[in-house]
Design a protein around this ligand. Structure first.
Ligand SMILES: O=P(O)(O)OC[C@H]1O[C@H](O)[C@H](O)[C@@H](O)[C@@H]1O
Length: 424
């Protein structure tokens, strides 16, 4: 990826980062890089995620999904990191195989999804690193029952992706289901480049070898300086802006197929860095659509944000037909991509003019190599930011607390979730 931080500097924005501050921060980046490299060498928890481009075996993934080659639809049952990486890759790069992601326990949604799915032709990938997540297990129990009721042998249509122990591992063993292992040392939100993120894209025709190759080449280019490493330029700039005013990080891709990427990024940034009273609130936006809604706030609201404008610089295009309508002559002779690019550049300029810091991220096109590199580099950016904040990037105690309380409520061990002050 290519990162342009000019509009995040103090020269452009009153809340931007002075160049000297970035120079000073680069010393801390060098130290953080050493910590990250040592962590990678020791395959330490979390840091091991950055070794996935080397350690993930695409052949093992291809072998595990081979029995599902005939599937016309693939349903992922998982949540958070167990769904978002696969959704990002399958949505951006997948073929005609319909991919569905069941990452909520809304009964109405589940009912309509089950009514829509051709169950006999659907492959189900049930994914949980811990093997104990209530939403995932509950959804899977419903899906399994529904398949059985429709006369489909669910044991023939189910792939399990899970860690070494837990309810899901027990289930896989009991029914002798094909299973992929979640690698050790890799938290869910950092698992996009592992079995977790790649199995469903492989069924959907994605070149997962290309994804890993793109990530490997990004990994090979990392040095200890933010001025040489796009991932570190991104992570360090967002961190430095947050230390000033930017408590909000909006991710705005200008490509419909990258919308799930913004969701993936939001989990990565929020769950990794939101600790000890620190962190930056991620917001998901989509260009050009959200220029007609959120942009008003970004331009005229408080200067408490950094907006990441992300775009592929090349891709498919379509000419805009000429229309003999007064006032529309400026469209004729242009293409939809030219219009989208003009919208992107106008937004970049308009935010700069109002002093709102932005970072521009460009990838060459939406393809497997670029996406692999993008996911890897955003993970590296996040890990760097975690080092700079000095937080425990790879844990999520606040989320775990809520999960445990929900289990207690279901078991009847806790009477009430929290105090209430109700107005009706
Ligand atoms: O893969 P699982 O163990 O089911 O976890 C799925 C998700 O659950 C939790 O809420 C964690 O905070 C997330 O980081 C994780 O991605």
């Amino acid at each position: 990826m290519r990162v342009d931080i000019a509009n995040a500097l103090a020269e452009t924005s009153p809340v931007g980062v002075p160049r000297e501050a970035l120079d000073r921060l680069d010393d801390r980046v060098a130290t953080a890089h050493e910590t990250i490299q040592n962590g990678r060498e020791e395959d330490a928890f979390g840091y091991a995620s950055l070794n996935l481009p080397e350690t993930t075996d695409p052949d093992a993934i291809r072998a595990a999904v081979a029995p599902f080659a005939d599937a016309t639809a693939v349903l992922t049952v998982g949540i958070g990191g167990s769904a978002l990486g696969a959704a990002t890759l399958a949505t951006a790069l997948g073929d005609d195989t319909e991919t569905y992601f069941l990452d909520n326990v809304d009964p109405a949604h589940l009912r309509s999804l089950l009514d829509e799915l051709p169950l006999a032709e659907t492959a189900v990938n049930v994914v949980s690193r811990s093997g104990t997540t209530a939403e995932t297990l509950a959804n899977f129990l419903v899906v399994r029952e529904e398949m059985a009721a429709a006369g489909v042998d669910w044991t023939e249509r189910t792939l399990v992706t899970t860690g070494p122990s837990g309810n899901l591992r027990d289930l896989a063993e009991e029914y002798d289901l094909p299973a992929l292992d979640v690698p050790t040392g890799v938290p869910g939100r950092f698992s996009a480049l592992s079995t977790v993120g790649l199995a469903v894209p492989a069924i959907a025709g994605v070149d997962i070898e290309g994804v890993l190759a793109g990530a490997r080449s990004a990994a090979a280019d990392m040095t200890g300086s933010l001025f040489e490493t796009p991932a570190y330029a991104y992570g360090a700039t967002l961190f430095a802006l947050d230390r000033r005013e930017a408590s909000v990080a909006a991710m705005m891709p200008y490509a419909e197929s990258l919308e799930p990427f913004a969701e993936w990024f939001a989990q990565l940034w929020a769950e990794s860095l939101g600790k000890d009273g620190l962190g930056q609130t991620p917001v998901r936006a989509l260009g050009a659509t959200d220029q007609h809604s959120q942009l008003q706030l970004y331009r005229a609201g408080p200067l408490d944000k950094v907006v990441t404008l992300l775009r592929p610089t090349t891709g498919p295009d379509h000419p805009i037909p000429n229309a003999d309508l007064d006032g529309l002559d400026y469209l004729g002779g242009n293409s939809l991509r030219e219009l989208l690019d003009a919208e992107f550049e106008a937004t970049e300029a308009s935010l700069a003019k109002s002093g709102q810091p932005t970072v521009t991220v460009e990838i060459e096109r939406v393809n497997s190599e670029s996406l692999g590199a993008l996911l890897f580099e955003m993970e590296a950016a996040c890990i760097l930011a975690g080092e700079l904040y000095d937080v425990e990037t790879f844990t999520q105690p606040a989320v775990e607390w809520g999960k445990e309380r929900a289990r207690q409520l279901l078991r009847g061990e806790s009477a009430q979730a929290s105090d209430r002050l109700v107005v009706e």
